[in-house]
Design a protein around this ligand. Structure first.
Ligand SMILES: NC(=O)c1ccc[n+]([C@@H]2O[C@H](COP(=O)([O-])OP(=O)(O)OC[C@H]3O[C@@H](n4cnc5c(N)ncnc54)[C@H](OP(=O)(O)O)[C@@H]3O)[C@@H](O)[C@H]2O)c1
Length: 261
């Protein structure tokens, strides 16, 4: 056996549950060594991922903070990074004026600031390498004003847009950028965002394993974006040609507290 052959290496954020854990499973099944991060203990998921034979380093950090991002980066900067799956993020339901500003800030700092900080650090490394794959978890929520989840949808509109701009900036570098845009997916997201008494929180959702499979394939193929699932593709296409005021009213019907079916 050739001892110089090394496994590819991927970083997956938000890998403690949901789509991120499934993205990490996709990578592990393909023989990647992994650096995974979340804001809670990750030893359970890490042990599970190690069963695929690669090394798995788990880092517990708050990626809403620059210190948290730097700590994660310190585990990656001395190694070639083949893939970055920037997936960590969370929502926040209820009316904007009724939310705590510290929570609002945490959504923005996680979904936007921390995500960009990490992508910039790893992206520079990939550009030096002349190769790399970046998958960013955006959302079809980025296509619609998110009445009763206004800040979250705004962060995803930012990410969906940013992803394509960065992709274009890097087009001649060997680094690809792909945006995974899920619709409602069966994860801890809705509970954590206090959306369980809403129509979207209690309605039908996609399987996170299926969403991750679609996203991982799009990243490997170097696609610009992928909307997960036919129903969500239709929803995104319709949103593109619907006035914002109509979309905002539709979102109210899905996310207003007390709309649970
Ligand atoms: N579920 C959906 O319907 C849906 C739809 C479209 C897009 N998305 C996006 O998909 C991504 C994954 O969400 P999910 O649905 O899989 O929900 P989830 O099961 O709640 O997973 C979210 C992951 O992000 C991590 N995370 C959140 N804030 C963090 C922070 N400040 N620092 C470090 N880690 C943090 C969580 O870690 P902890 O366990 O430590 O909190 C968890 O691992 C998010 O970006 C979300 O916006 C979800």
């Amino acid at each position: 056996m050739n001892a110089t052959v090394t496994r590819p290496f991927a970083i997956v954020t938000g890998a403690s549950s949901g789509i991120g854990l499934e993205l990490a499973r996709e990578a592990a099944r393909r023989g990647y060594d992994l650096l995974i991060a979340a804001d809670r203990d990750l030893e359970g998921p890490a042990a599970d991922l190690r069963a695929h034979g690669g090394t798995v380093v788990a880092v517990e950090v708050d990626l809403a903070t620059r210190d948290g991002v730097e700590t994660l980066y310190s585990h990656a900067k001395n190694r070639r990074v083949d893939a970055l799956l920037a997936n960590a993020g969370h929502g926040l339901g209820r009316g904007f004026l009724d939310q705590e500003f510290a929570e609002v800030q945490h959504v923005i700092n996680t979904n936007v600031t921390g995500t960009l900080d990490l992508i910039q650090k790893i992206g520079r490394q990939m550009r030096r390498q002349g190769a790399g794959k970046i998958l960013i978890t955006g959302s079809i929520a980025g296509y619609m004003p998110g009445t009763f989840q206004a800040v979250y949808n705004g962060t995803k509109a930012f990410i969906d847009s940013f992803s394509y701009a960065l992709r274009n900036e890097l087009k001649d570098t060997g680094v690809t950028v792909t945006c995974l845009m899920p619709g409602a997916t069966e994860t801890d997201f809705f509970e954590r965002a206090d959306l369980m008494d809403t129509k979207v929180g209690s309605g039908d959702k996609m399987d996170p394993a299926e969403v991750a499979k679609i996203g991982f394939k799009a990243m490997m193929d170097g696609d610009g974006d992928v909307v997960a699932g036919l129903k969500n593709k239709l929803q995104a296409a319709i949103a593109n040609v619907t006035p914002s005021a109509v979309l905002a009213e539709q979102h109210r019907k899905m996310a207003e507290p007390g709309t649970k079916q």
